[in-house]
Ligand binder design. Structure first.
Ligand code: CMC
Length: 436
């Protein structure tokens, strides 16, 4: 038996009706090998059969031991630990260690890890200078994307991805510097001076300090807010082969340095169907405006004129387990900040959608982004910052997946096939003749 209970001899017998030939295709880990399918040919000269799968909805691109998801049951585990337990009992830096190293740290390992991360939070002064060069109204996610990519120019040694010590150093640097870059992108839009990291503070408290500190000697964030943001980082830390992780792996497969690969992940996360969804949720809630408008909005969704942002997921066909934890975190945050008036609309929208046949039939449930925007707004983050927060949380996941990729002997440079639909063998006509 294999790990997932398939008999060792499992195979699929297919008959190619073009040739009458039968093939036995081995089944391993519940998958067929694309290479075996490629052996099905009409003739030796013809290319073999391929699968057509836009968006990779049913294609495994790697073997991974980082994150397990059972979308039908609403299960999410990092390195085997359920997300509910990690959110309740762990902290973001310990979860980051777990993702990167594959197991929980001893006390000594944890202390060393926190020390390393803490002492790499500063960035080169030139980073500050080039961040100053962005327009006053630049989207902080664009600034983050550019500055993460730019780190590759500060650490040319990062290209030596075969050296484990070099890899480790870049991972530490990246996790450490993401909050600094994110906070500075935020301060930039506000025209406020950039705040340097405070090494006496925890990872998340330091981030809040770099965001909100003004003239006080020390920024003293409410512990409940620090904890809530830490939990949000944990919830976002990895999500197996999602769009941005796929971007990191795809770009990383060219053996480029990890800053360039992670910058691609930040770019992918920027899109409204991925990390940008929580910003879109808030815009949607604001547009709906009051409870009485919800039925008309839902009708618009059902007619295909709208999309209920923060609902539905490629993988979860059940309540996203992260959304449940976020709802609890929202209560904790609102205790400090007061309730966000949009919460009432969100709760009512969720109630109606969960009962409506359109959503029930399509198994559309709230995802991680449905409530996270409301919390971020309570922190007084502008919507443009939401995806930056997601990116800071996701950095350890991207890096764990990148590390796995560069050590996986099965991996090759990403290079999907296409089905060519264009013209062939046209004859070029000279421009003088075409434009005459
Ligand atoms: N509102 C209305 N209808 C929806 C929605 C939605 N949010 N999501 C899916 N559907 C419908 C869709 O129209 C389709 O209906 P039909 O079968 O009649 O054509 C059916 O449900 C299946 O949808 P799909 O687009 O094929 O599903 P997908 O797996 O390609 O898309 C998704 C997943 C997340 C892109 C999509 O559900 C969506 O656009 N949701 C809103 C955006 C959002 O909240 N994104 C955040 C995802 S969670 C954060 C992360 O992990 O990145």
């Amino acid at each position: 038996m294999t790990d997932n209970g398939t008999p060792d001899s499992a195979s699929l017998t297919v008959r190619d009706n073009r040739t009458g030939q039968e093939y036995d295709l081995p089944i391993t880990d519940g998958t067929l090998r694309a290479g075996d399918i490629g052996k099905i040919k009409v003739s030796e000269e013809e290319p073999g059969l391929a699968v057509y799968d836009p968006g990779f909805t049913n294609t495994a691109a790697c073997r991974s031991a980082v994150t397990f998801i059972d979308g039908d049951k609403g299960i999410l585990e990092y390195r085997g630990y359920p997300i509910e337990q990690l959110a309740e009992k762990s902290c973001f830096l310990e979860v980051a260690y777990l993702l990167i190293h594959g197991e929980l740290p001893s006390k000594q390992q944890y202390d060393a890890w926190v020390h390393e991360i803490t002492y790499h939070t500063f960035v080169h002064e030139n980073v500050k200078n080039f961040m100053h060069g962005f327009r006053y109204d630049s989207h902080p996610m664009g600034m983050l994307m550019a500055s993460v990519g730019a780190l590759s120019t500060f650490y040319p040694d990062a290209g030596n991805i075969k050296d484990p010590a070099v890899r480790h150093l870049q991972i530490v640097r990246m996790i450490a510097k993401m909050p600094t870059l994110g906070a500075w992108a935020f301060r930039h839009a506000q025209g406020k001076p950039y705040v340097y990291p405070d090494n006496d503070l925890s990872y998340t408290a330091n981030f809040l300090s770099m965001l909100f500190k003004m003239s006080e000697q020390k920024f003293d964030a409410d512990e409940r807010l620090v904890r809530a943001l830490d939990v949000l980082f944990i919830l976002h830390a990895d999500h197996e082969q999602n769009c941005s992780t796929n971007a990191v792996r795809s770009v990383g497969s060219s053996q480029v340095d990890p800053y360039s690969a992670v910058a691609a992940g930040v770019a992918a996360l920027f899109g409204p169907l991925h990390g940008g969804a929580n910003e879109a949720v808030l815009k949607m809630l604001r547009r709906i405006g009051k409870k009485e408008e919800i039925p008309a909005f839902i009708e618009g969704v059902k007619n295909g004129n709208e999309r209920l942002m923060g609902f539905g997921h490629r993988v979860y066909k059940n309540y996203d387990p992260r959304a449940k934890i976020i709802k609890q975190a929202a209560d904790d945050v609102f205790e400090v900040t007061g309730v966000n008036p949009l919460l009432e609309i969100a709760l009512e929208l969720e109630k109606i959608a969960l009962e409506d046949e359109y959503f029930v039939k399509r198994k559309l449930y709230p995802n991680v982004d449905f409530y996270s925007g409301l919390i971020y707004e309570a922190f007084q983050f502008p919507p443009e910052m939401f995806t930056v927060l997601f990116a800071i949380g996701r950095a350890p996941g991207w890096l764990a997946q990148w590390l796995e990729l560069v050590q996986d002997p099965d991996q090759k440079i990403a290079r999907p096939k296409q089905i060519y639909t264009g013209d062939r063998e046209l004859t070029f006509t000279d421009s003088a003749e075409r434009w005459a």
